[in-house]
Write a new protein. Structure first.
Length: 149
């Protein structure tokens, strides 16, 4: 990766997002908790959430990732409250398609993932970018399943 490629990839907006991640930390008593780790780079994200009436009502995330993973966690953190498990699964799938298949930017309220479009060309960064939304989708599904079990 050349210096100019790195500069393009780590834009000012990505660094701003990485510096201001909403809902950092852990919940005292989460309904569901999921930890995801990228074996390639070692980034990890742990998501805690609580749901009520099928929607996320409390959310926290412990993010130990590169700036791209942090930026993705920031976008997720800004949109996660009030979302359903199917909405989080759709956001995960749309982000994955945007990165890996040149798909469109995820629909609102997850359209902030657009900032990560330059990362499409850097496949080794995709896993880190996907960690937070994968963990949130899995935690929401687990919380829903525990309600119906």
């Amino acid at each position: 990766m050349s210096d100019s490629d790195l500069i393009k990839l780590y834009s000012g907006r990505i660094l701003e997002l990485a510096a201001d991640i909403p809902h950092l930390g852990r919940l005292a008593s989460p309904q569901a908790s999921v930890r995801k780790r990228s074996p390639l780079c070692g980034s990890s994200v742990t998501v805690d959430l609580q749901m009520a009436e099928g929607k996320v009502v409390a959310f926290a995330q412990d993010v130990k990732a590169c700036a791209l993973g942090q930026a993705a966690a920031a976008v997720l953190g800004g949109a996660v409250l009030g979302r359903t498990a199917p909405e989080l699964a759709m956001a995960r799938d749309a982000l994955k398609a945007m990165l890996k298949e040149n798909g469109p930017v995820p629909a609102a309220p997850f359209d902030g993932f657009e900032v990560l479009l330059p990362a499409r060309d850097y496949k080794n960064r995709h896993a880190s970018i996907l960690l937070a939304v994968e963990a949130a989708a899995e935690a929401a599904a687990a919380a829903q399943a525990s309600k119906t079990a």
